[in-house]
Structures are given as C-alpha cells and as structure tokens.
Design a binder for this molecule. Sequence first.
Ligand SMILES: Nc1ncnc2c1ncn2[C@@H]1O[C@H](COP(=O)(O)OP(=O)(O)OP(=O)(O)O)[C@@H](O)[C@H]1O
Length: 726
Amino acid sequence: MEDESAIDRLISVYSTKVRHQSDLTVGPLHGAMLPGFDSESDGTSDFESIVEDLSSDEEVGEGTEDSENDTDNESAAMESNDEDNEDHLALPDTSDEEFSDAEGDNDVQTDLSDAEDDDSETEDESEIDEVEEARKRAFFAPEEEAQVDDLPQSFVTMNLSRPILKGLSQVGFSQPTPIQSQAIPLALLGKDICGGAVTGSGKTAAFVVPILERLLYRPRQVAATRVLVLCPTRELAIQCHSVAVKLGAFTDIQFCLCVGGLKIASQEAVLRQRPDVVIATPGRLIDHIHNSRSFTLEDLEILVMDEADRMLEDGFKAELTEIVKHCPKSRQTMLFSATMTDNIDELIRLSLNRPALVQIDSAKKTAKKLTQEFVRIRDSREGDRPAILLALCRKVCKSKCIIFFRSKLAVKEMNIMFTILGLRSAALHGDLSQIQRLAALELFRDGQVDFLLATDVAARGLDIKNVESVINFNMPLNYAQYLHRVGRTARAGRIGRAITLAGEADRKILRLAIKNSSQSKVKHRVLQPTTVEKYRERIGKIRDRVKDVMDNDKIDEKITVAEMQLRKTENMLKHRDDIMARPAKTWFQSSAQKQENQSWANKEYNAKFSAKAQQALKKAKKSEKLSRRKARQGSEEDHKAQQQAMGSIRAAKKAKRPKRLTKLSETNPAPTKRPRTQGDKLNVGFTEDLTNPTKKGAGKPRMAAKKSMSNVKLQNKAKGKGKGKR
Ligand SMILES: Nc1ncnc2c1ncn2[C@@H]1O[C@H](COP(=O)(O)OP(=O)(O)OP(=O)(O)O)[C@@H](O)[C@H]1O
C-alpha cells in the first residue's frame, strides 16, 4: 500500500516547485524566443549548417585524448576525468571504409526498389490524398472560422477576468505564447479545438486559462463537475493539476486529481463534493465512473485531452470510448499535442463539432533551440551502446540529463551500472510504485541526481526546468515519440541538446529528424574507438556485480508482492464482514482483458521495430484506406465502371507524360559501376543521411506536390492570410 501522506507531501512539494520554477522562468516569453513567431526557413540554411557542423565537429574532435587510467575504484576513475572538455568526441573512425561500401550498395538498391514502387502507386496514393483532403475540409471548421481576426498580444487584451490575470502574473506569464494567443480566444467562444504547437510552447495554459475564465461565470447554486482533463500518464496529470491550481489560485474553482497509484478513497471523498474540474488518467476515471456513487459526467461542459494523439492510440481506445460514452454530446472538446493528429477516423470517435484546427508549428518540428546529434551504431556494434552511453554521460552530458530506454529491464540494469560507476542517477518506469516514481522525479528536479533513466512513461509532457540534454539509448518507435522525448529539453525558448544512438534500422526516423529540424543544428557525433573500448572494459569488470544486484532486486520484488498479498489476506480476515457488506466493484475490463490488451499493444510496439513488420503495416494501412474509398464509392457496379474510367484516364495520362530524363540512349549510356573512392564515402549511408535529408524523397511526385503546396501556403502567409492555419 502506498503511504498516502508521503504521496501528498510529494505532490505538494511538486506543486510548490512548479510555481517556484515558473517564477524563475525567463519571465515573459518573448516572441522571438519561442517557435512559431519567426517565419519559417526555406531549408537551405539548415542544409548549410549541417555541412558546417559536420566539418567543424571533426576538426574540434581531432586529437582529443582520453587519458583515463583504469582503476579498481570505478567512481574515482570517473571523477578524475571531469576536466576533459570534450564537447565533441570526434575522430575519424578508421573502420568505416569496409562497411560503408557495402552499405552504400544496399542504399542504392533500397532506393531503386522504392522508386519502382512509387511509380506504380503514386496515382492511387494521390487519389487517396485528395479524398482525405476533402474529408478534412468537411470535418474541420473553415479557416476563416478557425481564425481570430486580431491576435491578442497580451493576456489583458483577451478580456480575461482579474482573478485569472492575477494567477497568470503570479506564475510569471506576462505575454501569451503563439498557441495561447490563438487558442484562448477560440476556446472562450466555446469552439472545439485541435491544437498543435511544438513541445514546451505553453499548450497547458492554452486550455487551462479559458477553462478557468469560463468557470468564473458558472451557476453556483448546485455544484457540478463541468470540466474533465484527460492525460495519458499519472505524472502528467499531476503536473497539469498543479498548473491549473496555480493559475486558478485567485478563483473559487475546485479541482480534483484522479490518477492511479493514489488512494481511491480520498479521491472518492473529493469527487462527492462535485469539484468543478477533474484532472485524470483514463483507467482511474473509469473506475470512479463505475464505482464512486454520486460521481457523474452528465453535467460536463468541457472535455480536454492533453497529448491527444497518444490518447487516441490503440492502447487507450477502449477506455476512451467508454469515457466519451458518459459525456454529454453537447460539450466543448479541446485536443492538444505537439504531434496533433489530423486523422479524421481517429477524431470522429470523439464526436467533435467542426473543430478549429489551430496548428502553430508543423506536427513534425522540434523546438528551435534544440541541437540534435546522432551517434551511429553499426549492426556489429550494437553491444557497444552501454559503453557509448557511459562515455557520453561522463564527458558530454554530465548533468540535468534524461536518458530514454526501450524497456524497463534496460532502465533497471543501466541504473545499477550508473550507481556502481559513481554516476548519480534515478530510475523512472512503470514497475515502480507511484511514490517511487514521484520520488525519482523529485530527486532529478532538485538536482540530487544528474541523470534520470526512464522508459517512455516520461517522454510526453513532463516540464522539468533546465534539462540540458536528452539521450536516446535507442531510437523510439516512431518519429512522434522521438519529438516528445527530445522535447523534454529546449523548452520555453531555452537551448538544449538531444543525442540519439541510431542503429541501421533507425534511418527512416533519422531522415525525418534531419528533414524537419528547423533552425536547430544536426550533427554526427563520432566517438573515439579507444574511449568506447575503455568503457566496454569497465562494464565487463562490473558485469557480475550488476547481475548480482539485478537478481537481488528480483527477489526483493517477489518479497514485496508476497507481503502485499499477505496484508491483503490479513485485512480480509480482520474486516471480512465490512468488506463483504460493500457493494461489489464493477470493472470496465477484467485484469485478464487488460493484460491481453496490453500485451497485444506491446507486441505491436515491438513488431514495429522490424523493417518487415513496418512494411506490412504500411500495406495494411494503404489497403484499409483503399477499401474505405471503395465503400464510399457505392455499389459494386458503379465501382467497376468508375475503375474502368479511371483506368482509361490513367492510360491517357501515361501516354501524355514526357519521356523520362533518365532514359538510356547512346548519348546517355547506363552508368557503369566503378570502385568507390574516399570522396564517395562521405556521400553514402549514415553520413549522407545527415547531410542530405531529401535523398529519400527525391523523385517522389507526391512529396514534390506537397512541398509546392506548402510553398503556396507560405506565400499566402506572407500576404498576411494568418499564421500557421489551414
Ligand atoms: N505565457 C507564458 N509565459 C512564460 N512562460 C510560459 C508561458 N506559457 C507557458 N510557459 C512555460 O513554458 C513551459 C512549457 O509549458 P507547457 O508544459 O505547457 O508546454 P507544452 O507545450 O504543453 O509542452 P509539451 O508538448 O512537452 O507537453 C512551462 O515551464 C511553462 O511554465
């Protein structure tokens, strides 16, 4: 059982911190500091800066020497090197040549096969795109409706009430960020909103402020829960709750936090009072809907989903459908995320009413002041990840660093390694109790540990001031998750650095990262083989100790579970009559069902890491789109006739097409294969991915069309049509 008072203490410490940190915030977030204010770059400067960075990286790295001596006292050895000012661990890797030739060939093959695919599929895909675009136009509110004529430059000009203005000033927000300027006025009008802006750009206040303002005018005769905010993780819900409490400090609005891991009885007691705002994680909320007498969502006026794209994912599907079922249809719904989806099929489930799309930044952008670095991990070197991570933590990211892992086991193992080697770290993952999770966050927030080792449970939304760097031990599942992870740094206009250990299978996300990096820099970090070797040896020496600790931890975990079971049984024996007299609890999902769902989601998650599975997924999605289109096209016969017509249109189009420039002729012979030279090497594989973000997209008409569309949008913007909106 959790010690509830300890948890409350942690939450209240946490809340104080949020206020304190906000006070320390750079004050007003001036437009130039935050993404979204500046006009977008055309990409040329990105490319140049990448090339510059690569060359300067290598120059700086030359000659940096790691002079560590191996000692038995690992921590002392780690300490002794603190003075190394090795910002760039670059040295040409002499083993590159052998590998890159083979890889280069592979690359060419991959690209060619892709190109063939594209040729036959482009037309179908563009048709699908058109249909999707039309559906979007029908679903979202037209641009004019989603627009506010004169964007307010200050909170005062938003006509907010005094208590709200006082709350804003108390937390140090004097000027709205772009997402706040656009979303708050629309939300005050009661419109449904799909809001997107980069990580750390103030989305929380963008929905909290209008909620508070609207609640000031609620009828007070009968208490009712009018607002529900859903968050995907407990930590995020706790954070959102404290931001709301701070901003509403000068109002009489009542808040309730309902998350798993905290005592249900005290939450029930608060819910009985019908608080105005409930901030919750889905599982615990459903428990209350079913089992807390007198708690109801029938008076709900506003439903907010933070990290909405995550909430719409498969893992939350059943829970979300259940919650939405209990909310009145007439409510206002607001969705926010840095990677906000505009997938209509997902959004339709929420029965939105012509939502306004408030997209400040592309859903693919990182924060402007983020520097992204990638360390290449060759297939044959996968086992070097721990050594590389230690080298990075020892020499580059020495404090205020969050490290993301793919599994809980990896977090546990690395945390033990860090401790043995004298690096101050804390672990955050789903196997910990809520009190342990909050305590780990506290240790990191307070600077009592330098490294927070975490699974994706910490990837979204967490706002910890002054996180200097994020390291991805593994590339995450998808690009959206990458954006959220690296978004834990470089927040609210500050600088930050993300270093990702990128394996051969991660190139797709790598390319996306490079292509979408705005003015932030992208670098290829090269570590000296001798440095890696040194840490590898060190890890080898402590491996047995790590295993011993892991084994002991497993035994401890089993003891804890057994103790819990024992307490439960004792409790049952002591209070049997009382317990049996209570009404039986209703479970939305049995634990077996929940486990089944979870393991299905996990399987899907892991499967996505294999290239084959990704291809299959892509195909499945495409055929799903095609079958949807078919379904819309009416009867079978109509469909056939239409197919025939489309076929002849396609044939006619093909006949009209200009001949390919690459067509071989005597004057334009087929390129003969020649041995690679040193110069070529720079342009293949990983390095080329870093320097040529457009490689994969080159020759894809659909991409070109999209680019030209976005140019038109940019031109429209320049003409003053309104920023960042469709
Ligand atoms: N108007 C403002 N003035 C000054 N600071 C602000 C303002 N709005 C938000 N902030 C600060 O910016 C930081 C990021 O805000 P928030 O956590 O809401 O970002 P977010 O866009 O929700 O990020 P994520 O996508 O990662 O969830 C917070 O520390 C917050 O205190």
